[in-house]
Design a protein around this ligand. Structure first.
Ligand SMILES: Nc1ncnc2c1ncn2[C@@H]1O[C@H](COP(=O)(O)OP(=O)(O)O)[C@@H](O)[C@H]1O
Ligand SMILES: [Mg+2]
Length: 327
């Protein structure tokens, strides 16, 4: 029982008309982890989340949550999960404290007033108990909606893009709230299109693209799976005649890319040995009397994982307006 995943998906598919939104995915979410579903807009993250929550039925495949079938035992599943609602307009005349009490009554918990007070403290909103949703900042609204999702002490909490649209400070606060949710014993499943969020907050992530799970592991293991540890970059204000083959043959190099225009060149070399590659690159520059500018090395990241798996750069749209298609 202990090793049994709390959520299990097998060959789950969902199509909208001719469009395959989720294309036969398998997932195992373990108890007590923060599990991230990461991917660009349109990857199928929300559809996947809503099928696990029992809000949308898959066309085929099986989904179990705490041993219950998400479709056939939908009522059981609903009782033990928490879903962060996106809508900020529900019950506009109620204060934060009153909203939490109302949800407590919905779930039939024994002391809704005390529970509301506890939850406000947990999401760091104690002094906002008398405020209505519209009087809260974006980050505070998100924290309140997480508190609302926690009223029934859920086994699993679901958060769909919880930090989209928040400023960096509010994002950090929300990450802390999410860590606190896990610490209180709930497994957390969240979606995000932010690479850094997945890397820093999640214990494990599934990377989705075009309806498929293209990788699933801890962020560290995904990055370790790359041939390179780092990327060495430099520019030159004179156009260079070096070839990618020549650069990829430098000691330690695993890949290379060079773009040259009249105004100069950019080069990027994936490397498993930063020092050896930089030394060789500087020797090459010396031998050709070339001056390199902006020489830098950056550790490999999830961006590099996405590039390696898809051949595409992950366009991280920080201010993306992610429309969630649920009315
Ligand atoms: N109800 C729907 N009807 C038709 N197409 C939909 C519907 N919901 C989502 N889609 C499409 O399915 C794809 C995946 O959507 P979604 O699961 O919302 O992705 P994500 O959350 O990763 O952005 C998108 O191309 C989206 O336009
Ligand atoms: Mg979505």
């Amino acid at each position: 029982m202990i090793d049994q995943p709390v959520i299990q998906l097998r060959d789950v598919r969902k199509r909208y008309g001719d469009f395959m939104a989720v294309n036969g995915i398998d997932l195992d979410v373990h108890s007590g982890e923060i599990f991230g579903i990461l991917g660009p807009n349109g990857a199928g993250k929300t559809t996947t989340l809503e099928m696990i929550e029992g809000l949308r039925a898959p066309d085929s495949g099986t989904i179990t949550l705490a041993g219950f079938d998400a479709v056939r035992q939908n009522d059981e599943v609903r009782k033990i999960i928490g879903v962060q609602l996106q809508s900020t307009s529900l019950f506009p005349y109620l204060s934060a404290q009153e909203l939490l009490e109302l949800f407590g009554h919905f779930y039939g918990i024994s002391n809704p007033v005390a529970r509301a007070t506890d939850l406000l403290a947990k999401v760091n909103l104690t002094d906002k108990g008398q405020s209505r949703m519209e009087q809260l900042s974006g980050g505070q609204q998100q924290r309140l909606s997480i508190a609302l999702a926690l009223v029934n002490s859920p086994v699993v909490s679901f958060l769909d893009e919880p930090t989209t649209g928040l400023d960096p400070h509010a994002r950090r606060n929300l990450w802390q709230t999410i860590l606190d949710v896990r610490a209180s014993g709930s497994t957390v499943v969240l979606t995000t299109h932010y690479m850094d969020e997945a890397e820093q907050l999640c214990d494990r992530i599934a990377i989705m693209d075009g309806g498929n799970v293209i990788a699933c592991d801890t962020p560290a293991a995904l990055i370790r799976s790359l041939p390179q540890d780092a990327v060495v970059k430099a520019t030159s204000s004179q156009p260079l005649e070096w070839t990618t083959g020549q650069l990829a043959a430098l000691p330690g190099a695993t890949s290379a890319d060079i773009t040259t225009a009249d105004v100069g060149s950019h080069l990027a070399i994936g490397t498993a040995d930063v020092q050896a590659t930089i030394v060789a690159l500087l020797n090459l520059a010396d031998a050709h009397a070339v001056r390199l500018d902006n020489l830098a090395s950056t550790s490999a990241s999830l961006e590099d994982v996405f590039l390696a798996l898809t051949g595409r750069t992950y366009a991280n749209t920080d201010d993306a307006d992610v429309a969630e298609g649920v009315a």
